[in-house]
Design a protein around this ligand. Structure first.
Ligand code: HSE
Length: 431
C-alpha cells in the first residue's frame, strides 16, 4: 500500500482547505510520510469556492460511500450535532479512524464517541477542534505529558478578541466593533455562539478534559459573553493597568475542576493581554515546564485545515504500522478518566470590577460601600465618572472576595432606589 485514502464529509470552508492542502502540499506531505495521502471521495451538500477545483470528480452520491473498503480515514467537517454524530459513530463502526474539527459535538458527546472508538480500536483526531491552526491538543496530550498541568488561561475565540481589540484601539462601541467584524468576515451573521462565549466554552470543555483526565462537558463550563462590555469599561480597565479579554480558564482546585469562560481583566504586560485582533493565545502553566504559550490563528480555512491534515498524517502513520490508540484519546486511559465535578462559581475567590449606574447625590457612595462592607468586601479603588447627567457610572474595584458575597451584596445594592440597571461585574485575573 503506497498510499492512504481519505474520505471527506463536508467541502465547505475547512473541507475546502483540507482538499487544497492535500493537493498543494502533496509533495512535502509525501516526503514527511514516505507515502502518498490521497483524497479519494467527497460527500458534501454544497461545494465551497475553496474546495472547487480540488474535489472535482471525487463527489459521491451518498455519504455511506465514505465507509467503503477503499477509504482508510474519514474526515467529518460538517459541524453540528445530529448528523455529524451519527456519521462519526457509523464510520467508527465500519472500523474507520476519524478526524473532526467539531468542538460542539466533542464537548457534548466526546466521551461517547471516544468510548466507541476505543471499543473498535480506531483513532479520533481533533486537533482542529480547539484554536484552529494552533497545535494545542498535541502539546497537552504529548509534548507536556510529563507535567501536572496547573492551569490553562486562554483566548480561544477570534471574533471576541477582534471586537475587544477594536473597541480598545479605535474607541468604538461594542455594536460598531461587531458590525466591523461581520463586514470583515470574522463574525458570523448570527454571532451568538461567539459573543455569548458558547464557542469558547466548547473549547475549554475539551482542554479541561484532556488536561486533568476528567469528563468535562459543555454544560459544566460557567459561561458569560462580552455583550455587556462598554467602551467605558475598556477605558477604565486600561487606567487600572488591565486589558479586558474573553478568557477561558481551567484549573484543578481542591479536587474540583474550576472551568469557566467570561470577560476578565488581564494585566497589560501579560502575553494574553497583548494578543490582539483575531488571534488566539493559550497559556499552559505546568509544574515542570513552567509556562508555555501558544499563539496563532484560531479560525480560517487553511489554519484549521492544517491541523486536520496533521491529524490525518498521524493516523496514516499508525495505519502503516498496524498501530492504533497509541496516545489515549482523552489523553489519559479510559480507566483513569473521572468525574470530579466542577467548582461552583460562588466559591470563586477573586478581585472584582463593579460598574454601577447611580444617582449623583449625597450619600449614595456610603450606602453602596456600607453594603459591600457588611458582606465582608474590602474596596481597593473607587472612581465616579461625572457625565453631567442624572445617572452616572460609579466604578468600584474590590480586594479578593468570594463571589457568593459579591452576589449577595449586589442583590442588596439593587434594592436601593439610587441604583439603576444591572451592575456590570468583571472578574480580575491577577494571579
Ligand atoms: N468562530 C470561532 C472564532 C472559530 O471566532 O474564533 C471557530 O470556533
Amino acid at each position: 500500500m503506497n498510499q492512504v485514502n481519505i474520505g471527506l464529509l463536508g467541502a465547505g470552508t475547512v473541507g475546502g482547505g483540507v482538499a487544497k492542502i492535500l493537493s498543494t502540499n502533496a509533495e512535502i506531505i509525501k516526503k514527511r510520510l514516505g507515502f502518498d495521502l490521497k483524497l479519494k471521495k467527497v460527500y458534501s451538500r454544497s461545494i465551497s469556492e475553496e474546495a472547487g477545483e480540488f474535489v472535482k470528480g471525487l463527489e459521491t452520491e451518498s455519504y455511506s460511500e465514505l465507509f467503503d473498503d477503499d477509504i482508510d480515514i474519514v474526515v467529518e467537517l460538517v459541524g453540528g450535532y445530529d448528523f455529524a454524530k451519527d456519521f462519526i459513530i457509523e464510520a467508527i463502526e465500519h472500523g474507520k479512524s476519524v478526524v473532526t474539527a467539531n468542538k460542539a459535538l466533542l464537548a457534548r458527546y466526546g466521551f461517547e464517541i471516544f468510548s466507541k472508538a476505543f471499543e473498535k480500536k480506531v483513532d479520533v483526531g481533533y486537533e482542529a477542534a480547539v484554536a484552529g491552526g494552533i497545535p494545542i491538543i498535541k502539546s497537552i496530550k504529548e509534548s507536556l505529558s510529563a507535567n501536572n498541568i496547573k492551569s490553562i488561561k486562554a483566548i480561544v475565540n477570534g471574533t471576541c478578541n477582534y471586537i475587544l481589540t477594536e473597541m480598545l484601539k479605535k474607541e468604538v462601541s461594542f455594536e460598531d466593533a461587531l458590525k466591523d467584524a461581520q463586514q470583515k468576515g470574522f463574525a458570523e451573521a448570527d454571532p451568538t455562539f461567539d459573543i455569548d462565549g458558547i464557542d469558547s466554552a466548547h473549547k475549554m470543555a475539551i482542554l479541561s478534559s484532556i488536561s486533568f483526565g476528567d469528563n468535562i462537558k459543555d454544560k459544566d463550563v460557567f459561561t458569560e459573553g462580552i455583550r455587556d462590555i462598554s467602551l467605558i469599561d475598556i477605558k477604565f480597565a486600561s487606567e487600572f493597568g488591565y486589558t479586558i479579554k474573553l478568557l477561558g480558564i481551567t484549573r484543578l482546585i481542591d479536587d474540583k475542576i474550576d472551568v469557566r469562560v467570561h470577560p476578565a481583566m488581564v494585566r497589560k504586560n501579560d502575553i494574553l493581554a497583548k494578543t490582539d485582533g483575531e488571534y488566539n493565545a493559550i497559556k499552559v502553566q505546568c509544574d515542570m515546564a513552567d509556562d508555555t504559550v501558544y499563539v496563532g490563528k484560531g479560525a480560517g480555512s487553511l489554519p484549521t485545515a492544517s491541523s486536520v491534515v496533521a491529524d490525518i498524517m498521524d493516523i496514516a502513520r499508525n495505519i502503516k504500522l498496524n498501530s492504533h490508540l497509541r496516545i489515549p484519546l482523552m489523553s489519559f486511559p479510559f480507566n483513569y478518566v473521572r468525574n470530579r465535578g466542577v467548582l461552583d462559581i460562588n466559591d470563586l475567590d477573586a478581585d472584582y470590577y463593579l460598574r454601577f449606574s447611580v444617582e449623583d447625590s449625597a450619600g449614595v457612595l456610603s450606602k453602596i460601600s456600607g453594603i459591600l462592607g457588611d458582606n465582608g468586601i474590602s474596596i481597593k479603588n473607587v472612581v465616579q465618572l461625572h457625565k453631567g447627567e442624572d445617572w452616572v457610572p460609579l466604578i468600584i474595584v474590590t480586594h479578593k472576595a468570594l463571589e457568593r458575597n459579591i452576589q449577595r451584596a449586589l442583590g442588596d445594592i439593587h434594592k436601593l432606589d439610587v441604583v439603576k440597571n444591572k451592575t456590570l461585574l468583571i472578574r480580575i485575573d491577577d494571579e
